[in-house]
Design a protein around this ligand. Structure first.
Ligand SMILES: Nc1ncnc2c1ncn2[C@@H]1O[C@H](COP(=O)(O)OP(=O)(O)OP(=O)(O)O)[C@@H](O)[C@H]1O
Ligand SMILES: [Mg+2]
Length: 268
């Protein structure tokens, strides 16, 4: 390899916030073996917003668990910023599909959890959390416990906790699925605002094609289980993006393309 190309390779790998390579996963139990992921590879560049869309049960959440080090893949690797971290925990900010709030902590204490673990001063973390709790419409519930909140309110608190976590890569698993259309669109706008301000790297799972197009730089479309990458689509829409973008011809073309792919996948 020439010096030039080795230099390029080096730049390429270190500029990737996340590189998932050829992941295979089969869950084995007495009754049956279930192959869930069959050779999935994907990348998120630093500061990039990437979404995954795919049929229910195709292995999206499992892939997140593998990225977060909660589940071991049978083969394949996970690297962040050029370093292999397969099976290691603590490298990502993760919002699981079921908002996993700690029942014994108040909403405010749940929101600041990751900052507390990182040793950021509680006073500073609380001040920031309070501001955000108000913005997401949870003011007055700072000292409430999770079980006294609705599902959508718990989802917003879990979303905030992920946003305020200091890790560079944020993985959000259907973060807005329990929200009504209006609240969902508010949350999408906040997420866009924060992302445009801070340019964090985001990997986002959704079933909502419009949401993926509004937010993403690239979209991975997954097949039925066992999950494979059917297609990777660039979303060449200008930023900053606002809701009007849903009338853009590029938006409409991509929406048709993805819908068609999903329909074919569902009937195959
Ligand atoms: N720990 C586990 N043990 C055994 N099977 C599992 C386990 N976790 C997930 N599965 C199975 O793996 C498959 C994929 O599940 P996963 O939650 O990854 O799907 P998904 O793509 O996130 O679906 P959805 O869109 O409905 O959230 C499912 O059939 C599920 O039953
Ligand atoms: Mg899931």
């Amino acid at each position: 390899m020439s010096q030039d190309s080795s230099l390029q390779n080096n730049v390429h790998s270190t500029s990737l916030a996340l590189e998932v390579t050829d992941i295979h996963k089969t869950f084995r139990n007495k009754a049956q073996d279930l192959t869930v992921l069959n050779g999935v590879s994907l990348t998120v560049k630093q500061g990039e917003f990437v979404s995954i869309i795919g049929p229910s049960g195709c292995g999206k959440s499992t892939l997140f668990h593998i990225i977060g080090g909660l589940v071991q893949p049978d083969s394949g690797t996970v690297s962040m910023n050029g370093r292999e971290v397969t099976g290691e925990r603590g490298h990502i900010s993760f919002m699981p599909q079921q908002p996993a709030l700690f029942p014994w902590r108040t909403i405010e204490d749940n929101v600041i959890l990751a900052q507390e673990i990182m040793g950021i001063s509680k006073k500073k973390a609380r001040a920031e959390a309070r501001e955000w709790i108000t913005r997401v419409g949870l003011s007055g519930f700072e000292q409430s416990y999770p079980h006294t909140l609705s599902g959508g309110m718990q989802q917003r608190a879990a979303f905030l906790r992920a946003l305020l976590s200091p890790e560079e890569l944020i993985c959000l698993d259907e973060p807005f699925s329990a929200l009504d259309a209006l609240t969902r669109s508010d949350m999408q706008r906040w997420l866009l605002d924060i992302w445009e301000e801070n340019q964090r790297s985001v990997l986002f799972i959704t079933h909502n094609i419009e949401e993926a197009l509004l937010l993403s730089d690239r979209i991975y479309v997954f097949s039925n289980r066992p999950g494979t990458v059917l297609q990777v689509l660039d979303v060449p829409l200008p930023r900053p993006r606002r809701e009007e973008i849903i009338e853009d011809p590029i938006f409409l073309r991509l929406k048709r393309e993805i819908s068609q792919m999903m329909k074919e996948e569902q009937t195959s």
